[in-house]
Design a protein around this ligand. Structure first.
Ligand code: FES
Length: 90
C-alpha cells in the first residue's frame, strides 16, 4: 500500500489517501464533506473533476461515459489514487 496526497480545490490543506482506499474514504476519514450516495460507482452523486494526478478503478466501468472519463471526470466513491491527485467538485 502506498500513501498519496489528496488535494481538494478550495480546501486549505491536503489529506492523505492510500492506494487501497477510495478518495471518498480518505475524505471521510479527514472529516471533509463530499456528496455521496450509492458508494458503488453508479449513481454519480459524488462526481468530481480530476485536475491533476491519476486514478484507477477496481470495477470495470463505473458510471461515467468514455467522453466524461476523457474530460477528467471521476467518481471518488470508487476511485483509488495511483499518485498525488487534485480534484474539484464539478
Ligand atoms: S456515490 Fe454513487 S457514484 Fe459515487
Amino acid at each position: 500500500m502506498k500513501t498519496f496526497r489528496l488535494q481538494i480545490e478550495g480546501q486549505a490543506s491536503d489529506i492523505e489517501a492510500d492506494s487501497e482506499s477510495s478518495l471518498f474514504a480518505a475524505m471521510a476519514s479527514a472529516g471533509i464533506a463530499w456528496p455521496v450516495s450509492c458508494r458503488n460507482g453508479t449513481c454519480r452523486t459524488c462526481i468530481g473533476l480530476l485536475k491533476k494526478g491519476k486514478l484507477r478503478y477496481d470495477i470495470p466501468w463505473p458510471g461515467l461515459s468514455a467522453d466524461e472519463k476523457l474530460d477528467g471526470y471521476c467518481l471518488p466513491c470508487v476511485a483509488l489514487p495511483t499518485e498525488d491527485v487534485l480534484i474539484a467538485r464539478d
